[in-house]
Design a protein around this ligand. Structure first.
Ligand code: AMP
Length: 246
């Protein structure tokens, strides 16, 4: 493994598994996992000014305005230490302008890779329809997997306090990790999901083109089983970091 942590962006449609994989990669390399979606959800739950500003956009499946998002990311990355040590950005950049602003913020410490986690639309639609999240800690579950307590195979809490996807929570839909209520995301309604996919085509495909031009783009097939996708992601990152070694 390389001696320094990577500076990564994870791109992909909603439901592609960005949150889950970003959390695993950040843990693997011991770098920060920054999810703009999580930051906005936390702010909305805390009824902060930022949360109130973002919530309506989120519930409709619309994008929060660029100035707001860039401000939040800049604040999070505005520690030289974090930029040098590495990070995984999840859900940002989502527009061409955000990609350009990120380039400015990182001045002198360019991204190692922007990885497009590629999953066909019919698969992400299925994943999102069954997705449930803990309203407290954000752990992701899926309705297709039976609650651990009801089938007698409880494996105990995950050691990953972040977004790793694992079996459904115990019978009453309390989170295995923190005991919080497990719910459907406000923006996982059919209408909002269709809007987010539409915006992905319009706003986020140009981001992929942007990174293709800068030479930072890599593709990983995100439709395989989670562990396999993770392995492929790490291989992709390692080969890039090896190539950059002096
Ligand atoms: P996510 O959890 O990444 O699907 O984000 C949930 C919602 O937060 C999105 O549908 C947007 O409303 C908002 N959001 C998150 N990241 C961004 C971003 N980079 N730009 C604009 N809006 C964002």
């Amino acid at each position: 493994m390389s001696t320094r942590g990577p500076r990564l962006v994870l791109l992909g449609k909603q439901g592609a598994g960005k949150g889950t994989q970003a959390s695993r990669i950040a843990e693997h390399y011991d770098v920060a996992h920054l999810s703009t979606g999580d930051l906005f959800r936390e702010a909305a739950a805390a009824h902060s000014e930022l949360g109130l500003a973002a919530k309506d956009y989120m519930d409709r499946g619309d994008l929060v305005p660029d100035e707001t998002v860039v401000g939040v990311v800049e604040e999070q990355l505005n520690h030289d230490y974090r930029i040098r040590r590495g990070f995984v950005l999840d859900g940002f950049p989502r527009t061409r302008r955000q990609a350009e602003e990120l380039h400015r913020i990182l001045e002198g410490h360019p991204l190692d890779l922007a990885i497009d986690l590629d999953v066909p639309t019919e698969i992400v639609l299925k994943r999102i329809a069954g997705r449930r999240v803990c309203s407290e800690c954000g752990t992701v579950y899926h309705v297709d997997q039976p609650p651990t307590s009801s089938v007698g195979t409880a494996s105990g809490p995950s050691t990953d306090s972040g977004r790793r996807s694992h079996s459904s929570p115990a019978g009453d839909w309390k989170c295995d990790v923190c005991g919080g209520q497990v719910v459907q995301r406000d923006d996982d309604t059919e209408e909002a999901v269709m809007r987010r996919l539409e915006l992905y085509e319009i706003e986020t495909l140009p981001v992929i083109q942007f990174y293709r031009r800068t030479g930072a783009l890599a593709h990983v097939d995100g439709s395989a089983e989670s562990d396999e996708v993770f392995k492929k992601l790490v291989e992709t990152v390692e080969s890039r970091l090896d190539r950059e070694k002096p």
